[in-house]
Design a protein around this ligand. Structure first.
Ligand code: F6R
Length: 249
């Protein structure tokens, strides 16, 4: 299902409200969270809503999608740092309920396995929030990732390193490796919300719309999911055919 809004603000408000509804309906929900520019206004809206009308988050569990290998939680470009800045520092989610892949784990393979197992032990995500890379990645599952994958180490594509270079002082500082939740972990979420905004996402959203389910376009795996909402602003939706707008708001 597509939801298409005029502005990023509207996209973010809608998405934040969906998260909030889920939390209110199920205080012990398991949420899959994403980072990146797209999520910043979503989290800002969520914080704003929670400030106006506080909700007890003490039973909530979160699992983040991904983390760079080699960056500590204190590194300003690590996803751990991002989540603390944009969300966790302002919320009362117990620390032990917050999960991010550990990019400094001494045994990375064991850490990946433990991460997937922890997600499965919790019964999978009730709601998974996703952004999308300009190359169609979800989490850091780059093109050609097996759709059967669990949490694993990934070599970041050149496109992703270039896209994410904007967050680093020098392009050479962008890590080459990351840990990502696998596509299978993502698909096992009971509900998925994919958010894309801005001109950088126009082409990939058009490709995704017309694509078959194909490992060359990781986000196409989501077409198998029975409870997927794709939330776009007008810019990201600019090249979608009329049909996409039929059931959209
Ligand atoms: C981040 C993540 C990535 C981003 C994607 C879009 O945790 O999983 O898939 O969602 O790279 O990033 P932005 O929003 O910065 O364009």
């Amino acid at each position: 299902m597509y939801k298409i809004f005029d502005t990023v603000d509207e996209v973010s408000l809608y998405t934040a409200q969906r998260l909030l509804e889920k939390i209110k309906a199920a205080p012990s929900a398991v949420m899959g969270l994403a980072t990146g520019s797209t999520m910043e206004p979503v989290y800002a809206q969520l914080l704003g809503a929670l400030q106006q009308s506080p909700v007890d988050l003490s039973q909530l569990t979160t699992f983040n999608l991904d983390e760079y290998i080699g960056l500590s939680a204190e590194h300003p470009q690590s996803y751990n740092y991002y989540m603390c800045q944009h969300l966790f520092n302002q919320l009362n989610i117990p620390k032990h309920n917050i999960h991010l892949p550990d990019g400094l784990a001494s045994d990375i393979e064991a850490a990946c396995l433990a991460y997937s197992n922890a997600i499965q032990t919790m019964g999978g995500m009730d709601l998974q929030l996703l952004g999308i890379g300009s190359n169609g990645h979800i989490g850091f599952n780059e093109p050609q990732t097996c759709f059967n994958s669990r949490t694993h180490v990934v070599e970041l594509s050149e496109q992703t390193r270039i896209d994410n270079g904007r967050f680093f002082v020098e392009q050479s500082e962008v890590p080459t490796l990351a840990i990502t939740m696998g596509i299978k972990d993502i698909l096992e979420a009971k509900e998925i919300i994919l958010v894309a905004t801005g001109r950088n996402k126009t082409d990939i959203m058009a490709q995704l719309f017309s694509s078959e389910i194909d490992e060359r376009l990781p986000a196409s795996a989501l077409k198998q999911h029975s409870n997927l909402t794709i939330v776009l602003d007008r810019e990201a939706a600019a090249l979608l055919p009329e049909q996409a707008f039929k059931n959209a708001v």
